[in-house]
Design a protein around this ligand. Structure first.
Ligand code: ARG
Length: 296
């Protein structure tokens, strides 16, 4: 079910009273026509539990419609039979400045998605780089201002972090995930918006779940993002952080009540979209959303 913003329904050039500015987004999504849980590669997946593919499609459609209502642009990739996790397009790669680094899954079950995603990026006009080291795309790689935050611990390899910095010529900050429920970086950190500095965009506002990270990573996050929203476990555990922000509107799970209130306090406009069926595969809003940056 989609709840559109109650007070300040956003339009393409909207601005909230607290100065948050909406930015245009272009996303890649995949309709979950073949969604089911036929293997278990994260603690959320249980083969024995029934899944309802038509419900997954309806919920996914409400996310798609919400993005369009907010003025964003959506590209699609065709779903492929027997690749039930393809709906989680965030894992398909990582794209900035018109360059798409493809995905190299650490789990065999999803390796069939690698080529189709790279082919789609090429079709959309991106320069495609085939990865050498195992890494799971925007599931573990997040652009925060000028910096790239990269997760490891469960899926993406630490070797991939060097490759990412070489491909994009940007600073990469490695963060280690330690709680198996939060096995991808995008389940534990949400990038809310860029912050302008003297040299353009430099930093970003983020929200995160502190204890999803090891202690050195917690220290790095506290130093770099002193103003970050610290989210409670109960909000993280309903995939509250697995959200998509355009700088003003933040699409989140309707179950993340505490995070919703924190966002409102900071002048963001939470928009609630329920993807409960897709959570059975261990994914949420952000997992179903890959940002396409640059190239036309
Ligand atoms: N079942 C999928 C997997 O375990 C879920 C992926 C979630 N994606 C994400 N970006 N966190 O690979």
């Amino acid at each position: 079910m989609t709840q559109t913003p109650t007070t300040s329904k956003a339009t393409a050039s909207d601005q909230s009273t607290t100065g948050r500015i909406q930015q245009h987004r272009r996303y890649l999504m995949c309709r979950p026509e073949y969604f089911t849980v036929s293997y278990e590669i994260n603690p959320w997946m249980h083969k024995a539990d029934p899944t309802d593919t038509s419900k997954a499609v309806r919920q996914w459609q409400s996310l798609y419609d919400t993005y369009l209502e907010l003025g964003h642009e959506i590209e699609l990739i065709d779903p492929i039979p027997n690749l039930p996790d393809m709906v989680y397009t965030a894992n398909g790669g990582f794209i900035i400045d018109g360059t798409a680094l493809g995905v190299k899954f650490s789990v065999d079950e999803r390796r069939g998605e690698e080529r189709p995603f790279m082919d789609r990026f090429a079709e959309l006009g991106f320069e495609v780089v085939e990865p050498v080291a195992a890494q799971e795309g925007e599931g573990d790689i997040l652009l925060a201002g000028d910096t790239i935050l990269a997760g490891c611990g469960f899926r993406s390899s630490i070797e991939s972090h060097r490759e990412i910095s070489e491909v994009f010529g940007r600073e990469v900050v490695s963060l280690k995930l330690i709680d198996p429920r939060f096995y991808h970086l995008d389940t534990a950190i949400s990038v809310l918006d860029p912050v302008e500095g003297p040299g353009g965009v430099e930093k970003a506002n983020i929200a995160y779940l502190e204890h999803a990270f090891d202690e050195p990573s917690q220290r790095i996050l506290a130093e770099r993002f002193p103003d970050a929203i610290r989210v409670a476990d109960e909000d993280g555990a309903v995939f509250g952080l697995n959200s998509a922000s355009d700088g003003l509107n933040v699409i989140i799970s309707p179950r993340a009540h505490g995070f919703e209130a924190q966002l409102r306090e900071r002048g963001y406009n939470p928009v609630l979209v329920d993807l409960s069926e897709l959570l059975l595969g261990g994914g949420g809003i952000k997992c179903c959303t890959l940002e396409l940056r640059g190239a036309r």
